[in-house]
Write a protein that binds this ligand. Structure first.
Ligand code: ADP
Length: 309
């Protein structure tokens, strides 16, 4: 095996109540990448299609994550990376994470799997550090583990894969406006009132419990964010309207995907998730903002192999 073509999924981080710790992987939207083992040592990004992104290894998250992996192993090979970029950078659905996670996952396969998934998260986080200045794991973890993931602890790194109820679907709308991840972080307060913290950790516990017991109503009740959403939602036009109408249409809950501007909703079944997509579209059609929209089952596998050579 010298070459792998993979699908590396888009991801929704935070999932309302779990800022920086919860995430989930999507099935219908993601990057395609080809990673090739070559005799020339080092890492080269040989092709990027779909988006205008840097090809220099140190400036591309895929290159940085790959170098972090290779720094921990003696390898007689080098690697070439081609990226078919289908997730727009800055969308809030883990564009950088898909490239970082995909690169390290495929290199690990080509090397005969010397590293475990937790190591791969650690390497991919270096790509996230390049993209946003913070080595967060809430997008790369679900891309690498699949399904829902919880970053229980950053030091030491402890990641738990959470059960995914089989009928859970996500709807994601990406209004075509730009929010810088750094701005979305800078406006946050650094302290939390105890009464809000109590509500928030109640919801994290409720969401995890609902995911394990397939209790869709409990999942819905727990999809509330008292800490980040009230501040960040100000940056997203018509956020409150999208949320209200999505829930009226039958979504279990609705919130900001990652640092935005994408908005996600979770629903029981594809039919409701598709209706929620129509509702979200109507809101932005009225406001006059263009968008991309995705309906996807939660992807429990994470990264998938498309072709082996
Ligand atoms: P997202 O939240 O969708 O991942 P970010 O804004 O966090 O988007 O990350 C995108 C940033 O990372 C951009 O500045 C982009 O230029 C940079 N970047 C570097 N390499 C890549 C890559 N392979 N894929 C996506 N973004 C990349």
């Amino acid at each position: 095996m010298n070459e792998l073509t993979i699908f590396s999924p888009a991801t929704i981080a935070n999932i309302s109540c779990g800022f920086d710790v919860l995430g989930l992987a999507l099935d219908t939207v993601g990057d395609e990448m080809t990673i090739r083992k070559v005799s020339q040592k080092g890492v080269r990004i040989t092709k990027i299609i779909g988006q205008n992104l840097p090809k220099e290894t140190h400036k591309n998250v895929a290159g940085v994550a790959a170098l972090a992996l290779l720094a921990e192993i003696e390898s007689n090979f080098g690697f070439e990376i081609e990226i078919d970029k289908r997730i727009k950078p800055g969308s809030g659905i883990g564009s950088s994470a898909a490239s970082s996670a995909g690169a390290v996952w495929a290199i690990n396969e080509l090397l005969g799997k010397p590293f475990n998934p937790l190591d791969l998260v650690r390497f991919a986080m270096e790509g996230e550090r390049l993209a946003s200045g913070v080595a967060h794991a809430d997008n790369v973890a679900p891309a690498l583990f699949g399904g829902f993931t919880l970053v229980r602890s950053y030091e030491p790194l402890d990641i738990i894969k959470i059960n995914t109820p089989s009928e859970l679907f996500a709807t994601v709308i990406h209004p075509q406006i730009e929010i810088k991840t750094s701005d979305a972080r800078n406006i946050l307060k650094t302290t939390v009132p105890l009464k809000d913290a109590i509500k928030q950790w109640g919801n994290v516990g409720g969401l995890i419990s609902g995911l394990y017991t397939n209790d869709y109503e409990l999942i819905g009740r727990s999809l509330e964010d008292y800490i980040i959403e009230p501040i960040r939602s100000i940056l997203i036009p018509a956020f409150d309207k999208v949320k209200e109408e999505s829930i009226n249409t039958g979504a279990l809950g609705c919130g900001i995907s990652g640092s935005g501007p994408s908005i996600f909703a979770l629903s029981k079944g594809k039919e409701i998730a598709t209706k929620v997509a129509e509702t979200m579209k109507l809101v932005y059609d009225k406001v006059g903002i263009e968008y991309d929209i995705h309906v996807s089952k939660v992807n429990t596998k994470g990264i998938k192999i498309l072709e082996i050579k």
